[in-house]
Design a protein around this ligand. Sequence first.
Ligand SMILES: Nc1ncnc2c1ncn2[C@@H]1O[C@H](COP(=O)(O)OP(=O)(O)O)[C@@H](O)[C@H]1O
Ligand SMILES: [Mg+2]
Length: 435
Amino acid sequence: MSRESVSRESMSRRSMIVAGVMSGTSADGINVALVRIDASNGGASDMASPAQAGSGKASRSKEEKRPRSAITLLGHAEYRYPSKVRQAVLSAMNSPHARVAELARLNFLLGELYADAVLAIQPRFRVKAELIGCHGQTLYHQGDAQAFLGCKIATTWQTGEGALIAARLGVPVVSDFRPADMAAGGKGAPLVPFLDYMWFRDAQVGRIVQNIGGIANLTAIPAGARTSDVLAFDTGPGNMVIDAVVDTLYSKPFDRGGKIAATGTVIEPIIQRILRRQFFRATPPKTAGREEFGREFVQEFLRACGRARKPDIVATATALTARSIADAIQAHVLRTSTSRTRGKNWRPSVRSAFQEIILSGGGARNATLVAMLAELLAPLGIVVRFSDEFGLPSDAKEAVAFAVLAYETWHQRASSVPSATGAKRAAILGKISYA
Ligand SMILES: Nc1ncnc2c1ncn2[C@@H]1O[C@H](COP(=O)(O)OP(=O)(O)O)[C@@H](O)[C@H]1O
Ligand SMILES: [Mg+2]
């Protein structure tokens, strides 16, 4: 028996401590979560792979047994990127002519920083991870195929060398999660719905799980949903436009607490014009990134705002996030349109019933944004709640997700949700670097 199969077998029999490492499109830093996943009940594996989730009674009762208690959050922390690293990451993302040598160096540098982050958190919580799931830093994501050198290519690129992390931590690392879903015909995102479904599904309450990171994305889980009923997609900008506007106008990294936006007045015609764009009208699945809402978009947005008061511009950027989320819910989640995404298990009567939106990500700390959302969603009978109320701290959620996805990959199980990414089948995500 090979060394790999011995260790894989012994690591499958019991509960496992897994570190999830996430750095999002805001490029603000590294979120690390340490979780214990219990193998009893199959642990996260009891989340039957979406590919297996049929409509039969047997698979339904199996899904209903999946315990979220199989996952215990042991600790989480955020480590900010040194400002020079953040600048390098942001300029690599936006650069029309990045240098290959710099990108190659950045890959190894980020690997070192991710290893540092795990090494820093472990003693704080007195645990040692046996496996690491590292999302890496997205430098480029293009979920739809586009013409390139005579071919049509969709692509994605997360950087941060897994082999380095494995070597420094002495445990296996799963990284580069997105390409396998794209190879299966999906958009490579979102991948968090696997955890959202596991954690937030409810027999009675329809929930929309809304993460507001750099980009905002939602997972809609109807009451009593099966995996194939889950709808997930990017709704548009999260904090990305707000951050860029506040940086330009106030030289601050973000609008803490939404205080600046609270003193401004929203410039309504600008919001309406932007919301007519193709991205917002497109039916899910759809993904967004800096390619859609990065530097170019912000320059255009600022030009459109002209000589408006600075707080009004920030308020307008904030309202754009709130409105695009609320509109997406109305247009793509609540409306029982003849959407392309309808699978054979589509149940309109269930999908139109959502009572809660559960917020996570840094945007959940922007009180003005949250108040705008609450006001827009109240008429739809949807109340705002926070991920923290459900035992999943807002800042830790995505890192927990990549720990759980790594655990699934280690056990050679598929964990993409095809109804979320548009893939033809569920895929085993990521690549493993051995220590
Ligand atoms: N206290 C706060 N008030 C307002 N906005 C905040 C606060 N804390 C974080 N944010 C926003 O959240 C962003 C980071 O969110 P995060 O969920 O880490 O996004 P990502 O996953 O893209 O890294 C920051 O750039 C900032 O815009
Ligand atoms: Mg972040």
